[in-house]
Write a protein that binds this ligand. Structure first.
Ligand SMILES: [Zn+2]
Length: 272
């Protein structure tokens, strides 16, 4: 992705961070009087996002897909994989894995947070754990919204693909996704969130992009099927002027030529 740089690799998967994310994080950390707990809480978002993406990637690998890299950027994480097949089963499981990681993390954090709460309600640790719990629940739930191409949207396409072909399933998932994208934008705006309409626009655009890709791929595939040889006569664009049709009568020369070659012509049907 343009503007991103490598920060390391986990299990052979390159991890990249987008410059914009670093800038936003620095602005947050140094822009105002932030407490250490606030900065740590925000910084926690990235390992959590990374684990979400790793969930997708490891399941994808189980299905034999190649994982190129994971990029963290302001709108979340993005994993690039090779040769994702048009299979509802594969895509469904790969999509489910991300939110599943968040719910497992939330379930692991709850007892630790409750313990911290009992020890000291107002400690930094309690608020950091609360924030980590909240991030995981929000990420898990938000990604399950079927606003294709979110994880939920991909799960929906996987469900649709059980009854219709991949192109039709994508069209349906994109249609449902647009309804949810508009809802996210409108509800967000009503709540005073200006990022929501941007996110809605981005989801709409990404859905349209993926639909166009699927349609393109299917068009190419249809063209690869060999067409029966076209009949030159049935496709003649001319009418009266077409040379073969214009010659309505045999000339004496034609008859002479036919007679000369008769000996070499094979009779139909009952030869040789
Ligand atoms: Zn995901």
């Amino acid at each position: 992705m343009f503007g991103s740089f490598k920060i390391g690799s986990i299990l052979g998967i390159t991890i990249r961070v987008h410059v914009l994310l670093v800038v936003l994080l620095a602005l947050f950390a140094f822009g105002g009087s932030r407490s250490t707990a606030e900065v740590i809480s925000l910084a926690l978002l990235f390992p959590i996002l990374l684990l979400h993406e790793l969930g997708h990637c490891l399941v994808a690998r189980k299905f034999g897909l190649g994982v190129l890299d994971i990029t963290l950027w302001p709108l979340g994480g993005m994993a690039r994989m090779t040769n994702m097949p048009e299979s509802g089963r594969v895509e469904g499981w790969v999509a489910v894995a991300g939110p599943a990681v968040n719910f497992v993390l939330a379930a692991l954090i709850i007892p630790v947070w409750m313990l911290a709460l009992m020890m000291d309600e107002r400690s930094d640790l309690t608020s950091i754990l609360w924030y980590a719990l909240w991030i995981n629940i929000v990420l898990g739930v938000f990604n399950l919204i079927p606003a294709f191409p979110t994880d939920g949207g991909r799960i929906l396409r996987a469900i649709f693909s059980r009854s219709v072909d991949w192109e039709r399933a994508t069209e349906r998932a994109v249609f449902v996704g647009r309804i949810f994208a508009v809802l996210i934008g409108v509800v967000g705006l009503a709540l005073g969130n200006w990022v929501a309409p941007l996110l809605a626009g981005w989801l709409w655009w990404m859905g349209a992009l993926e639909l166009a890709q699927v349609r393109d791929r299917h068009r190419v595939r249809e063209q690869e099927v060999p067409e029966p040889q076209a009949n030159a006569f049935s496709h003649a664009p001319f009418d009266g002027d077409f040379p073969l049709r214009a010659k309505r009568r045999f000339t004496d020369e034609d008859i002479e030529r036919l007679e000369r070659h008769r000996g070499r012509l094979r009779p139909f049907g009952d030869g040789p």
